[in-house]
Design a protein around this ligand. Structure first.
Ligand SMILES: Cc1cc2nc3c(=O)[nH]c(=O)nc-3n(C[C@H](O)[C@H](O)[C@H](O)COP(=O)(O)OP(=O)(O)OC[C@H]3O[C@@H](n4cnc5c(N)ncnc54)[C@H](O)[C@@H]3O)c2cc1C
Length: 265
């Protein structure tokens, strides 16, 4: 690890000031991905701005027809929240399935989506549920937030402050996990909303994406039998030691069926 300056601001404005005064800063949430990345010298920072002391980034609340989750809320807090369980049980179930207890106690929703690992669960949760990402500068629809592997719409020095999830009519998440890490080999969030069905897939491709063929079928009939094969081109899917592109494509259909069955139950 290279040397760096360390800052622990207690408000967003202090965090902004620390970011603006540093030449090459990085933000830190739980440090679960960031610290190993720095240790392996895959990243280098002049300064690390630790968000752990900023209370306004923590907590879960209801705002009108949405559940709003602060960026520094841990996976464990989402998994155990009565509010999330009663309003969007699919999200509580997604959080319960992340990693192991240590990972869920350390990892945060803001760190997860800012990192945008192509096998992470929350990107599918945000995209499938049609969430809005709130940052220190603006609000970004999930449809515009996630790019390819580890890429997002965030600009340098932009802090994710919260994620707003509109309440779906029905939703469920199904994941085929890697047996070691629990990251998704394929994970599918299916949500029936007032504006139609949304189907978001993680793990299968170079980043999270919506499966338009399955959305179309489920808009005709929101039933397990309506789900046919994914319309995604195999060439756009990952192929590695864990699963071939062909297998991943098959799993998208299977996970989508499981999610619809869960949502309808
Ligand atoms: C063994 C293991 C198993 C895991 N299994 C799963 C799994 O099954 N499913 C899953 O989805 N994830 C899994 N994860 C990932 C984990 O849950 C965390 O989401 C991830 O490591 C990010 O951690 P963090 O929140 O501590 O963020 P950090 O590591 O602190 O930060 C990650 C990145 O986000 C940036 N960042 C952090 N917060 C903000 C913010 N508020 N605004 C802007 N940028 C920000 C940082 O600069 C950094 O680039 C696993 C991790 C490990 C180590």
């Amino acid at each position: 690890m290279y040397d760096f300056g360390y800052h622990q601001p207690s408000s967003l404005s202090e965090a902004d000031a620390a970011l603006n005064s540093a030449s090459d800063p990085l933000l830190m949430a739980g440090g679960q991905t960031l610290i190993p990345t720095l240790k392996f010298r895959l990243a280098r920072a002049s300064d690390v701005v630790d968000l752990c002391g900023i209370d306004e980034l923590k907590g879960i609340r209801e705002e009108g027809n949405a559940v709003v989750i602060g960026a520094m809320t841990t996976h464990c807090e989402v998994a155990e929240s009565d509010l999330v369980a009663s309003r969007i049980p699919a999200l509580a179930s997604l959080a319960r399935g992340i990693g192991d207890p240590q990972v869920r106690h350390r990892g945060t929703i803001g760190g997860s989506i800012a990192n945008n690992d192509p096998a992470a669960d929350y990107p599918a949760g945000c995209l499938g549920l049609g969430a809005t990402i709130r940052t220190s500068k603006r609000q970004i629809a999930a449809d515009d937030f996630f790019g390819d592997t580890f890429d997002t719409a965030l600009e340098d020095g932009e802090i994710v402050t919260a994620i707003s999830f509109p309440l779906p009519e029905k939703a469920a998440y199904a994941k085929f996990p890697n047996p070691a890490s629990r990251y998704a080999i394929v994970g599918v969030m299916v949500a029936k909303t007032g504006a139609g069905v949304r189907v978001a897939v993680t793990g299968a491709g170079h980043g999270v994406f919506r499966d338009e063929a399955i959305e179309l079928a489920l808009n005709e009939s929101f039933s397990v039998d309506a789900v046919d094969a994914s319309g995604v081109d195999e060439e756009d899917l990952n192929s590695d030691i864990h699963a071939s592109a062909e297998y991943r494509k098959h799993l998208i259909g299977v996970m989508a069926k499981r999610a619809v069955a869960k949502a309808n139950s």
